[in-house]
Design a protein around this ligand. Structure first.
Ligand code: FES
Length: 109
């Protein structure tokens, strides 16, 4: 099930937009021509993530994830966090996200 989380025009050129998603939050950002997203939840113990200098950094224990690749850079979290988001260019360039893609938090190639 796809759910619109914002418009492409809402996504800032730098940093991230935090959008609501079924009672949770997702970071949404630009990565070149792509729009990517990750739940605002660290995979270690669930801490919230800050967007800092091209990284998502956990407020609790400092795990950091590269916003370009989604890969963990440092800290105790075990996985990558980012996922590519399909953008619907035909209907107002919506940024849509599937519930399953956010909950699994795996990078899509
Ligand atoms: S909860 Fe994020 S590093 Fe521990």
């Amino acid at each position: 099930m796809k759910h619109e989380i914002c418009k492409v025009a809402d996504v800032p050129q730098t940093g991230s937009l935090i959008a609501p998603f079924f009672g949770r939050e997702v970071h949404v950002w630009r990565s070149g021509e792509r729009v990517r997203a990750a739940a605002n939840v660290c995979l270690h113990f669930g801490g919230p993530l800050d967007c800092k200098d091209g990284k998502l950094v956990c407020q609790w224990h400092g795990a950091a994830f590269d916003m370009e690749s989604g890969d963990r850079l440092e800290g105790p979290a075990p996985k990558s966090v980012a996922t590519d988001v399909p953008v619907d260019a035909r209907r107002g360039r919506r940024v849509e996200l599937c519930l399953g893609r956010v909950t699994c938090l795996r990078r899509m190639k």
